[in-house]
Write a protein that binds this ligand. Structure first.
Ligand code: UTP
Length: 464
């Protein structure tokens, strides 16, 4: 028995079918051994064993219970705008960006936020988001605290990126990094924890839902409350169109007394890779596309349209009090299991590259907090205005598609300002156009007199 490992830990591991980890520890040198023993002591083998048996996993909802949820219209709402502007002026809002994903489909070595997507400037996703926060601070005299969730995979590169770009004009103290937890991957056949290498468990970030536990455990929810922050605007790193801390959305959330509010976009077609909103006995749920039963996915209304047509662009506003209560409750968010191909290491055979899915990975989803909110609110928005996620290296949701979406959005804003801009007739600009956050956070910010003077035959960057 290795002296570094408490006998009770060793017994618990063995009882839960993880004795290969204890055996492996015996073959490590003292330094590697003590590090590995510390990792083993941090494991919860009982929970892993339950997850492997499917016990603590998210359960499918009964189709009979599901209904299309009520959704407020996208119309401009002056009363809500006034309330939203006031809470921004009063400094009652923080923003949280989840950026801990591994971006495996995109296949870049750097965190996704470092990817250049600006159609004219090549601005990175981090720059675009940070400049929006900066602009909020300039307008309202208070910069919302900008919390960024990283993971083991993205943390050091993200921090270094922000530091090397002088925090994109923000004060270093306004950018608050916190790191989500990891979950071990299990062999799909045996439930054994996989190894990444000698003395190293194979683990992956615990999903964007890990945000709640990380915010709570690291004291951020209490710190936000102490700063007087009442509302948290939540968004994902991959979407450059997001209207961060949209005042009308914030105002609606507040006027409705909502604990959790979400923007909604219309699904394009059944089978689209987008989470779907539904209500169940008065509570709000999102069913992830990978968990969507075919009957729900393909259900149609009387006119033949998609019955469950409310798609999730992952833009939410949470009351901080609600999050604090949810975080103190008995682990309200279940894990979701996914079968993945995971290259791993064994003492007998070294690195193993599987030919097919060999491992179970476990993630929490932030939207699993929604059923615990009461009241809650959903608000329509249009995909063109607010959602163009960077997911893939090619094709749909690729860097090229995301650049086009930004230029298309610029065209819509410029046309809304009453200025004509040459297009191909289908809404695509004839040259790349980029609107820097300093020039506008929404269409009404654009100055028509400035737009009329522009030569639209060359790429255009609008900035103040
Ligand atoms: P995705 O589920 O699209 O994952 O994340 P991803 O990492 O960007 O890409 P793939 O699936 O590996 O190709 C949606 C959002 O949730 C964040 C991501 O950074 C992105 O903003 N996320 C995802 C986390 O912060 N942590 C996670 O564990 C998973």
């Amino acid at each position: 028995m290795n002296a570094c490992l408490h006998p009770e830990v060793a017994k618990r591991l063995a009882d839960c079918g993880q004795s290969h980890l204890v055996d492996h520890l015996a073959h490590l040198d003292p330094i590697a051994g003590s590090l590995f023993a510390a990792e083993l002591a941090g494991l919860d083998p009982v929970m892993l064993s339950e997850l492997f048996q499917g016990k603590s996993l998210a359960q499918p909802l009964s189709l009979k219970q599901l209904e299309p949820p009520p959704i407020a219209s996208a119309q401009e709402d002056p009363a809500a705008r006034a309330v939203g502007l006031q809470v921004l002026r009063d400094g009652l809002v923080a923003v949280v960006l989840v950026a801990g994903g591994q971006g495996s489909r995109l296949g870049s070595d750097l965190p996704k936020g470092c990817f250049r997507v600006g159609p004219v400037t090549g601005a990175t996703l981090y720059q675009i988001h940070a400049e929006k926060v900066l602009e909020l601070g300039r307008r309202f005299g208070r910069t919302p605290p900008f919390l960024i969730m990283t993971s083991r995979a993205t943390d050091s590169a993200t921090r270094a990126f922000f530091a090397s770009h002088d925090y994109f004009g923000l004060k270093e103290t306004d950018v608050l990094f916190f790191t989500q937890a990891e979950m071990p991957a299990l062999d799909r056949a045996t439930g054994r924890v996989l190894l990444e290498g000698p003395g190293r468990i194979f683990s992956a970030p615990d999903g964007h839902g890990g945000c709640l536990a990380a915010l709570s455990r690291q004291g951020w929810l209490d710190k936000l409350s102490a700063l007087g922050i009442q509302h948290l605007f939540y968004f994902q790193v991959d979407n450059p169109l997001v209207r961060i801390a949209d005042p009308v959305f914030l105002g609606r959330h507040i006027l409705a007394g909502s604990q959790a509010s979400s923007k909604v976009i219309a699904r394009r077609h059944a089978g689209e890779k987008l989470g779907v909103f539904a209500s169940v006995a008065g509570s709000c749920h999102i069913v992830e596309y990978s968990d969507l039963p075919k009957e729900m996915d393909e259900a149609t209304d009387r006119s033949g349209g998609i019955l469950f047509n409310a798609g999730n662009p992952a833009i939410h506003c949470f009351s901080v009090e609600f999050l604090k209560r949810a975080a103190s409750g008995n682990d309200l968010m279940p894990y979701h299991a996914a079968l993945k191909k995971v290259s791993h290491w064994t003492p007998q055979h070294g690195i193993q590259v599987p030919a097919r899915e060999n491992a179970l990975k476990f993630e929490k989803f932030m939207f699993d907090i929604l059923p615990h909110a009461n009241p809650w609110l959903l608000v329509w928005t249009s995909r063109e205005d607010e959602f163009a996620p960077l997911k893939n290296a090619d094709g749909a949701d690729s860097p090229a598609a995301v650049r086009v979406a930004q230029s298309r959005l610029a065209v819509r804003w410029i046309q809304a300002a009453g200025v004509s801009v040459p297009t191909d007739g289908a809404g695509n600009a004839q040259v790349p156009i980029e609107i820097a956050p300093s020039a506008g956070l929404e269409p009404a910010d654009l100055d028509p007199s400035m737009l009329r003077a522009i030569d639209w035959s060359r790429p255009v960057l609008l900035k103040s």
